[in-house]
Design a protein around this ligand. Structure first.
Ligand SMILES: Cc1cc2nc3c(=O)[nH]c(=O)nc-3n(C[C@H](O)[C@H](O)[C@H](O)COP(=O)(O)OP(=O)(O)OC[C@H]3O[C@@H](n4cnc5c(N)ncnc54)[C@H](O)[C@@H]3O)c2cc1C
Length: 320
């Protein structure tokens, strides 16, 4: 489409998302967090660890230090969903001031499906080519006809603010949309989810590309702790407590202790004879011979000590 700016990501048939400007990135999150935590981190790996810690503990305000401004073009029915995200600053193309353009969304045949029987807010199943054709014809017919009437009313001098009400919600609109990283991640979390409508998902996915580029550590942490993270309700925990054998929890705890030991050693290498005492100090119960066998197996991964200790605490809460 010729109307799509060169630096934009095309969305749907005529829409786009274009990152106009951004302020800060991972470093701005760390800088803000240092105000809370003192001198803190200096190395890149420490920055990543701090960002992951903040995300894990829902310490969200440092993420608000990063700002994004997008220029977006989307059908009005997508904008209606989008505008529910109240923390953004928006400036939209005005149909009171300017004339509407003959730009309507026509769904691709592959996205024309039946109403889902399982999800009241979804679609599923294969529609016949004949019905798809009919849907597309109706979209076109109503768009063309409404635009014809709109133009006629406009030419007759009827106020644009009133004439526009004749236009359907597949008409494209445009806006500048500015938000901070915390709220943008929240938006992407909801609107790139498989439960969100396809037509808004493509815009959300396009904005996610900017987040990945501008704040890669924050993006990674959001995926790990929010999108892929699991939370258990009180009732779910009680079921786990009742049914998870203590033996299984103990096995996991042992693995965690090995990981903690390996990570401590990785961060500050110890002499060989200091390894087993270090492991014991972390609470490890294996005999020294078994410890050496496993240690030499090369299967132990390193991670983040603080995170591993937090996981250990969580497991202990469901161990009777
Ligand atoms: C799959 C899906 C289906 C949906 N279906 C419907 C539907 O059928 N009907 C419908 O009406 N909506 C529907 N919505 C919209 C939904 O209810 C929310 O309005 C929308 O997702 C915005 O979420 P939010 O309020 O968390 O986000 P934002 O408005 O961006 O707010 C971000 C966060 O800021 C805080 N916040 C912002 N404003 C306030 C405030 N005034 N008071 C307190 N806290 C505030 C909240 O913590 C909020 O989570 C749907 C959304 C999704 C993703």
């Amino acid at each position: 489409m010729s109307n799509i700016p060169k630096d934009a990501i095309q969305c749907l048939d005529k829409g786009f998302v274009r990152l106009v400007d951004s302020m800060g990135g991972d470093e701005a999150i760390v800088q803000a967090a240092r105000v809370s935590y003192g001198k803190g981190t200096t190395k890149l790996s420490q920055d990543r660890g701090l960002i992951r810690y903040l995300m894990r503990h829902r310490h969200t305000t440092p993420f608000e230090m990063v700002e994004f401004k997008f220029h977006c073009k989307m059908p009005i029915f997508v904008a209606r969903q989008w505008v529910r995200h109240r923390t953004a600053n928006i400036n939209e193309y005005s149909l009171r001031y300017s004339e509407a353009r003959d730009e309507f969304y026509y769904p691709d045949p592959e996205h024309i499906q039946f109403q889902s029987a399982l999800n009241k807010q979804g679609r599923m199943g294969d529609v016949s080519d004949e019905l798809k054709q009919k849907v597309r014809e109706y979209f076109r017919e109503i768009s063309d006809r409404s635009f014809e009437i709109y133009s006629e009313l406009n030419d007759a001098g009827v106020a644009r603010e009133l004439a526009r009400a004749i236009l359907p919600v597949n008409l494209y609109t445009e806006w500048y949309w500015k938000n901070d990283l915390h709220n943008l991640l929240h938006f992407v979390g909801l609107r790139s989810d498989s439960h969100a409508q396809y037509e808004i998902r493509v815009f959300s996915d396009a904005m996610a590309e900017s987040v990945k580029a501008v704040a890669p550590f924050a993006w990674e942490a959001y995926q790990d702790y929010v999108i892929s993270g699991l939370r258990f309700s009180r009732i779910e925990q009680s079921l786990l407590e009742q049914n998870l054998p203590v033996r299984v929890i103990d096995d996991i705890l042992e693995d965690i202790i090995y990981q903690i030991t390996a990570t401590l050693h990785h961060n500050k290498p110890r002499k060989e004879n200091e390894l087993y005492p270090l492991y014991q100090k972390q609470g490890g119960n294996d005999a020294e011979a078994d410890f050496m066998l496993k240690w030499d197996s090369g299967e132990i991964e390193t991670s983040n000590v603080r995170e591993l200790r937090e996981f250990k605490e969580k497991l202990l809460t469901i161990k009777k």
